[in-house]
Design a protein around this ligand. Structure first.
Ligand code: ATP
Length: 308
């Protein structure tokens, strides 16, 4: 498929003094997907988004938004975003805030429709300063969509929300996506990315560690989860292919790189075990396996292509 990308990073590096926050990143954001941006704290996710918003300049390389420079305000008219920390005018009512922000756009979503979609209808007459933290989040995310943007950047949109509020937002984000918005979402909730994203980019120390569908990232990383009970759990750490070990209610939960080889090594070791269970990995396990790797061992794929 040969669509023009909405945004493009070409060999982009961003330093803060000696610290390399974004390290030689090349990627395209094509229209159509919900793209999940994952990475541990400090991986460079917010910096990447701030480059797209024109809030920061790359130290080297080029960032293009809608084919132009994101630092030009005209370029950003069709970009929607929600900052991590939101500062809403405290004394304006929710409806007034939506009207105020919407007033900046020629083509905008009507206030009632937007409120309905984001579960804010009952709050339209409340002063925004009186909203709970979760309600403020919902309003901030709703505002990102008011101008019918082509590309929307959501930095940890559901942090601090309860499960129900999170699902309301997921449905609203999915609906906006169906209406034509391309969405980039960062999250520390792996299940959020699994639920929303068709494409996932995993960042580690400013570099792209993986760029693919959730299913392919999990498959490519090739880790499995093994659960078992043993008398001496520490002995398991010496076995081949153990990427990580956790304990849950007395059960050892291992992430292993090759479950067949692990089970052979387990049996060969003579460690006495019970209730052995093996299953494929979740995105969370794949993520942990990827970000635990050293850069030289990285498997980097972009829609199936090796980038190394
Ligand atoms: N203005 C700044 N000055 C100095 N260092 C910065 C600045 N902004 C970010 N950094 C550093 O750049 C690195 C990447 O930060 P960034 O906020 O992009 O990470 P992140 O992936 O969004 O992290 P988190 O998940 O914690 O939000 C971190 O080491 C951070 O401390």
């Amino acid at each position: 498929m040969n669509s023009t990308p909405l945004a493009r990073f070409e060999r982009v590096t961003r330093r803060f003094g000696d610290l390399v926050a974004v390290d030689d990143v090349t990627l395209d954001i094509e229209p159509g997907a919900i793209l999940g941006l994952l990475g541990p704290n400090g991986a460079g996710k917010t910096t990447l988004l701030s480059l797209l918003q024109g809030l920061r300049r790359p130290t080297s390389g080029t960032v293009t938004l809608f084919g132009a420079d994101p630092r030009d305000a005209r370029t950003r008219r069709l970009l929607g975003s929600t900052p991590q920390e939101t500062a809403l005018p405290e004394t304006l009512r929710v409806g007034e805030v939506i009207d105020y922000v919407g007033g900046h756009f020629a083509d905008r979503v009507e206030t009632d429709a937007l409120a309905e979609e984001f579960g804010l209808s009952d709050l339209l007459r409340r002063q925004s300063g009186s909203l709970s933290g979760g309600q403020k989040r919902r309003l901030a995310v709703a505002l990102a969509f008011v101008g019918r943007p082509r590309l929307v950047l959501l930095d940890e949109p559901t942090t601090g929300l309860d499960v129900d509020a999170r699902r309301v937002l997921w449905d609203a984000i999915r609906h906006q996506h169906e209406l034509g918005a391309t969405v980039v979402v960062t999250s520390h909730y792996l299940e959020e990315i699994e639920a929303l994203a068709q494409r996932v980019i995993v960042l580690g120390e400013g570099r792209v560690l993986a760029d693919d569908s959730v299913a392919r990232i999990v498959a490519e990383v090739g880790v499995s989860q093994v659960r078992l009970e043993v008398e001496e759990p520490d002995a398991l750490d010496a076995l081949d292919g153990v990427v990580r070990r956790d304990t849950a209610d007395g059960v050892q939960v291992l992430t292993v790189s090759d479950s067949d080889a692990f089970v052979r090594a387990l049996v060969g070791s003579g460690i006495r075990f019970r209730n052995l269970g093996v299953r494929g990995a979740t995105l969370e396990e794949a993520f942990l396996a990827l970000t635990a790797r050293r850069p030289a061992d990285e498997l980097v794929t972009s829609h199936g292509k090796e980038l190394r």
